[in-house]
Structures are given as structure tokens and as C-alpha cells.
Design a protein around this ligand. Sequence first.
Ligand code: STR
Length: 419
Amino acid sequence: MNCPHAARDAASNGGAVVIDPMVQDLDGETARLRDAGPLARIELLGVPALTVTRHALARQLLVDPRLVKDLDAWALWQRGEVTHEWPLIGMIDAGRSMFTVDGAEHRRLRTKTSQALTPRRLEEIRPAIEKFTGELLDALAEQSEKSEDGVVDLKSVFAQPLPMRVVGMLMGVDEAEHPMLMKRYKAFFSMLTPQEERLALLAELDVFYAALVREKTARPTDDLTSALILAEEGGEPLTEEEVVGNLKAMVAAGHETTIGLILNAVRALLTHPDQLRKVLDGEIPWETVIEETLRWDTPTTHLLMRFATEDIQVGDDVIAKGEGVVISYRAIGRDTEQHGTDADAFDITRPSPIRHMTFGHGPHICPGAALSRVEARIALPALFGRFPGLRAAVADDEIRKLPVMTQNDMAAFPVLLHG
Ligand code: STR
């Protein structure tokens, strides 16, 4: 590892589950977390934390005001044992925004964004999403024709640019900047990126976003960034730092997570052809495919992090004041107490509604949930409608995950468009 916090093995850390930065066995790790109990001890690149692996406990803790986002409440940070040298610090120390603040201030930072992303408001941008989808399906066909064996990467040509375009349009980020942003976020999330490089690219992104906010302040347009800048009637306007924080949270979250939703749904259907048949025959709605994918193969594996402002009793366990608490959404989606003994099976015929918690719960529940559902609801039927013979070009066990500790991220998804 290129970090000072070399991972130790489980024997020397009191049985904590060591989260593998290389993501070599995600299903095995998810099962180990689940077996370690509702509140499991984990190690993230040498840094100890607790993680929640059960639906019911997450539901309870995600509304507990004694758990806060404020990094200064973390004992390891206070004592200088975690610093900016830790490769995951950027997942927590992301600037002042709706992602990092709680309580009344959090509502102030978040209201405009959540109002802009209601299902009703999203109807307005549906035609644009359909247009982007059509263009990217053309790009898929073109790339496939150009390649000798017809193989094309569904990730880089379709699943990645689509959410980027959608969130770019919403936030007013010029299309010319999208490749730069995707490249930087890829490096941000990858554990192979040296930490100095990661800190440098985050600083570059801050410069980029600050310039964009200044430009939108001078010439507001019809996007959410401009709306965030314009003073609210009666309310406290957001500062430049707060608008920048929200903007980068939206762009990072809006494109990174939806890639996973789209790719994981396609992969699940292609490896369960009997279920794909039912969907294409109209027996089971796309909405169910989307919800089951969200439960079974969550785009976010672990969400970092909240901190205890006092001791919190959890059954026979205690979260000590100052400890860090992660939410392991992938384990929660596979919780047998919530989803039954067959929780590890992808099954769109299970009784619906599928009550998963993949978008979180409580005040910080994902404000983009409806947006990602609309994107997937457009992208998936359009993809299978245009290419009914779509199939994977490699065996399923050859699909590699990127070395990313918090997101469920395929390196690539090579497909053939015609069966
Ligand atoms: C990435 C780095 C950055 O500049 C800003 C943010 C804030 C929002 C975070 C994002 C982060 C990482 C991915 C997150 C997203 C919110 C939702 C998304 C955690 C830290 C998920 O994976 C659920």
C-alpha cells in the first residue's frame, strides 16, 4: 500500500474485519461483515471503526442525534492518529455541505436541492435524459461496429457518461468538462492513487468548482447551482463555500453511484436470463428490477462516517464517545432478518415492495434517489429495447471490481450488442 496505515491481518486486531482495498472478494467480505454481528468492528487501511450491518439497527442509528457528521467529533482525528495522509479522509473531509453538516444548518443547506429533485420536478428533465440515452445507445452501436470482435465496454461508453451528463445539465457543468471530471473522480476513488495525488486533484476540483460558482454568481442561468446561489426569501443565503460544497457533493454522488445502479442491473439480468425474460415479456415491471438491484448489489458498499458525541448503548455493545461509525449498505441489503433467508439471491419475484435502505434513512437520506431511479428507468428499457440480444462478452467471474473501498465499482463491463 502507498499509505502509512498498512493493513494488518485479523488476528492482530481483535477480530475486526479488514476491508480489502483491492476488493477481491466482495461477496465473501459482505458475508463476513454480516456474520460479525449487527455492529461489527472493521479496519479501514489500519484505521479502526464500527460498522452497521443490519437494516433494523441502521434505521435506528441513522436518526440518532448523538451520531454526527462533524469530523472534529472523531477521537482518532482529535488525537492526530488520523490525518490527511489517510487515503479515505476525502470521503469525510469534503468541505462544508449538506453531506457534512447536521441539524438546522443541514436543513438550510439541503432544502433547495431536495426541492429541485422531487419526482414532479424531474418530469421536466425526462426528455433530456431520454435524448442523452438515445445518443449514447448510438455511441454503443458505433463503438461495437468499429471494434474487430464487436465487443464494447458498457461502462465507459454508456453507464458512465449518462449520469455525468444528467448531473452536469442539472448543475450547469459544461459538457467539455465531463471527461476531466470523470478522470479526476476515478482517481479520487481508486486506492491505487497515491494520497498526495489525491489531495492535489481535490484541490484542483475545488478551484474548478469555485470558478464555476463565481461565474454563475455573475451570470445566473437555469440550473441548480444558480438556484443555490440566489438568496432565499427570508432564509439565510448559502455562502460561496457552501454552494461549492453542495455542487461537488452533487456531481460526485450524482454520477458515481448511478453508474453502479445501471451496470449492476444489466449484469444481474444477464446472469438471470429467466428473470430477464419475465421483464421483457412485461410480467415484471422495470421498477422492480431497479429496487431489487439496489438491494442486492448496492452502488455504495460502505458510507463513511458518523461520530458518537456520547456513549451509545446498542444491545450489549457500546459505541464509545468519539468512535467512528460506518454504514455497510451492501451487508444491510443482504440482511436475512430483513429480506429472508434467500437475501443473497437476486430475485425480482420476491414479494414487493422491496424494503431496502440503499438510499439511507433519516435527515441525510439521498436527495438524488428519485433522480437515479428515473435515469435507470429510462436507460435500462432503452438499452434492452435497442439491443434485445445484449450479452456479456466475458464470463461473469472475469468482471473485475476497481480498487475502491466505498463504492461498488466495475472496472469495465465488456458486452456484445447482438446475441
Ligand atoms: C466525494 C468527494 C467530494 O468532493 C464530495 C463528496 C460528498 C458527497 C459524497 C462523495 C464525496 C462520495 C460519494 C458519496 C457522496 C454522497 C453520496 C455518495 C458518499 C465524499 C455515496 O456513495 C452514497
